[in-house]
Write a protein that binds this ligand. Structure first.
Ligand code: UTP
Length: 301
């Protein structure tokens, strides 16, 4: 475990970060860099995700990269040149500790998805590094602001169920079901009113065919059996190997749960979601919130 990392409070020690998608909704910014490196205020999306994992007791981070691999690796690597410059030329303790803290608490390893064949395929690529233990999946373009880290909420639910997979759920307008994986589910009693037992899953259903308005968002706690299920999953929506389809296969033999997490989710892989996240994260920042709010108020719309 990395020095200074909190002891894992829970049963989940590893988190997989798929970051090999094409990011077509954010071209041309994603032409030569993964969308996970897009900054919200001053931090790349993937760093928010890694920090959420660390705050949830997970320091073993597995990043699945594709094109633009080097920018992610460089970001989490030690930058001797930059640190030397900050130490000597322009002594700046604050910036130095900011740069050093990027990956101080994480053990990061990488694997490669050569072709963007879908989220299920990307998760499958991490099999060797995950091994035979439960693991989390974080889609860092789903940015989540919450009091308790979303992943921590899911891991607590996972522990409560005795180790059954738990997916993050969010209520969406009926008209938007075609943008998400959607579940059919029934509430579980005797927890906190947010836990559901999943009875079916459908990837991107048309509103008329959606089994509910409970959509899956980018946080999962999974079990290693999912890898065999993905292996038995052919291309689905959009011709891609979908994680939702792999989960549907897993449902044949395992109980699956969904957790309606507390918090605000931003789809930062979409331009409008990205703008909302930028504005709201800047407004919440102690150093920027007040001047930025004054600036926004001053704009004549
Ligand atoms: P998205 O569907 O949001 O990402 O996948 P995308 O395909 O890159 O984006 P658009 O729709 O073309 O704009 C969710 C997550 O899964 C990863 C993405 O990097 C993102 O974190 N992903 C997706 C992969 O790693 N590999 C894939 O083949 C597909």
């Amino acid at each position: 475990m990395a020095k200074g990392a909190p002891q894992s409070k829970h049963s989940v020690r590893k988190a997989v970060f798929p970051a090999a998608g094409l990011g077509t909704r954010f071209l041309p910014a994603t032409k030569a860099q993964p969308k996970e490196m897009l900054p919200i205020v001053d931090k790349p999306l993937i760093q928010y995700g890694v920090e959420e994992a660390i705050r949830s007791g997970i320091s073993n981070i597995i990043i699945v990269t594709g094109r633009g691999k080097s920018s992610i690796e460089d970001h989490f690597d030690v930058s001797f040149e930059l640190e030397h410059m900050l130490e000597n030329k322009r002594p700046n303790r604050e910036l130095l500790s900011l740069v050093r803290s990027v990956a101080a608490d994480a053990d990061i390893s990488y694997c490669r998805q050569k072709e963007a064949l879908g989220l299920g395929h990307a998760v499958r690529r991490a099999r060797e590094l995950v091994g035979n233990e439960p693991f989390a999946v974080v889609l860092s373009d789903d940015l989540i602001h919450s009091r308790t880290p979303c992943l921590d909420q899911l891991i607590r639910a996972f522990d409560h169920t005795g180790g059954a997979p738990v997916l993050a759920l969010m209520e969406v307008p009926r008209t938007d079901t075609h943008l998400y994986g959607v579940v059919k589910a029934e509430p579980v009693e005797n927890y906190d009113g947010r836990l559901f037992r999943i009875t079916d899953l459908v990837e991107k259903p048309a509103p008329a065919k959606a089994p509910s308005n409970l959509a899956i968002v980018g946080r999962y706690v999974l079990i290693p059996e999912i890898f065999d299920s993905i292996d038995r999953t052919g291309p689905g929506a959009g011709g891609e190997i979908q994680l939702t389809d792999g989960l549907k296969h897993l449902l044949r033999t395992h109980t699956l749960y969904g957790y309606l997490f507390e918090g605000e989710r931003y789809d930062a892989g979409d331009k409008m979601g990205y703008l909302r996240a930028t504005v709201e994260f800047a407004l919440r920042r102690p150093d920027l919130g007040r001047p930025f709010r004054d600036y926004l108020k001053s704009i004549k719309l």
